[in-house]
Design a protein around this ligand. Structure first.
Ligand SMILES: Nc1ncnc2c1ncn2[C@@H]1O[C@H](COP(=O)(O)OP(=O)(O)OP(=O)(O)O)[C@@H](O)[C@H]1O
Ligand SMILES: [Mg+2]
Length: 335
């Protein structure tokens, strides 16, 4: 599987923005099973990074290494300016982690869970109470604060989990599948919370099984497969990596349609819809030359739309070696 790595994002002055997380050559094996076979990452501060990959690809392993819960067998990484190997305490003080499996203690109340976290962060009692109250309010848990967490719904537990993660005001947050099992409304609420965190300058590293979520939230996305980053880039960049993108020209005048179909010979035709499809990667450069060519040929469509494959297509194409799934057909939706 070829590896496609896009250039890291740069600020306008040409200097790379400071990295909140950077890793080079991370490796991890369990017994003779290699889980991570050299992972490089560079995540700018104040951005959202999404790590995708099939079950068992090693997403949680990456999160655990970067959050100092386990150590890598090889490679180096810095998180929030601290080196994982030489300053794990510095890393721990700067980060928050919401694991794939809840850290909420069901036997005590939501408020008690929050106060426990405040204790773990050595906040003075009064400060701990203030932070807990503020976060319970922000996560819409005031009404449930005095009830045992075991009585909470899945969505409430997830909110409490993330509220607990925020007690120490972390600059970098790891969210391992933050919305798994949430209904669409709770998922959208969680997205809103994540966006607010980023607006406040926090860097978010999330893993997800929902490609729509990565598309919606992430500045950059990496697909983990067979122990390596199979591709990394913005959602748009990833979609352009795989075939299936095209430009669709739709006509209302049958004569204009026929004329264009003859002039464009090689394209696929949809005679019923009076539409022509021209393969394209959707890049500005290709679109410009296509438009110039259409102008020169005197072809004027009534509607032009650019169709790119969606992230599902990318995911299936890049992870098909380890999965039984076959690549999807390109979707027809306008994006
Ligand atoms: N403590 C461990 N001992 C042995 N193998 C492990 C251990 N932890 C993880 N693994 C293995 O490492 C691989 C990666 O696991 P990991 O939990 O990182 O995957 P994941 O991408 O998070 O999967 P999922 O999408 O199911 O959460 C799996 O094959 C898993 O069985
Ligand atoms: Mg996992």
């Amino acid at each position: 599987m070829p590896s496609f790595v896009m250039p890291t994002s740069r600020q306008g002055d040409g200097h790379p923005s400071p990295a909140a997380i950077s890793a080079v050559g991370l490796r991890k094996s369990y017994g003779d099973k290699t889980v991570l076979d050299g992972i490089d990452l560079r995540i700018p501060a104040g951005s959202v990074f999404a790590l995708l990959g099939p079950n068992g690809a090693g997403k949680t392993t990456v999160v655990k290494i970067l959050s100092t819960l386990i150590t890598a067998d090889g490679g180096q990484a810095q998180v929030a300016g601290h080196d994982l190997a030489t300053s794990p305490d510095g890393v721990r003080a700067a980060i928050g982690v919401t694991g794939q499996f809840s850290a909420v203690d069901g036997l005590i109340t939501g408020e008690e869970n929050m106060l426990l976290m405040a204790d773990l962060h050595h906040l003075p009692r009064r400060e701990g109470r203030r932070v807990a109250a503020e976060l319970l309010e922000r996560f819409d848990l005031v009404g449930a604060a005095k009830k045992p967490a075991s009585t909470y719904s899945g969505g409430m537990k997830r909110r409490l989990d993330i509220a607990m993660t925020l007690v120490g005001s972390p600059r970098v947050i790891f969210l391992d599948e933050p919305t798994t099992g949430l209904d669409p409304r709770s998922r959208h609420n969680m997205w809103q919370i994540i966006r607010e965190l980023v607006t406040g300058g926090v860097t978010v590293f999330l893993t997800t099984q929902y490609l729509e979520e990565a598309d919606e939230l992430a500045d950059r996305i990496a697909v983990l497969n067979d122990g390596k980053i199979a591709a990394e880039g913005t959602a748009g960049e990833l979609k352009r990596l795989i075939p299936g993108g095209h430009v669709r020209l739709r006509f209302s005048d049958p004569a204009a349609y026929q004329g264009a179909a003859v002039a464009l010979r090689e394209v696929s035709r949809d005679d019923e819809a009076l539409a022509l499809q021209i393969p394209s990667d959707g890049s500005q450069r290709e679109l410009r030359s296509l438009l110039d060519w259409l102008d020169a040929a005197g072809i004027e469509a009534d509607e032009l739309s650019v169709h790119t494959p969606d992230l599902d297509d990318v995911f299936f194409a890049l992870t098909s070696t380890s999965q039984t799934n076959q690549p999807n057909q390109p979707k027809e939706a306008v994006r």
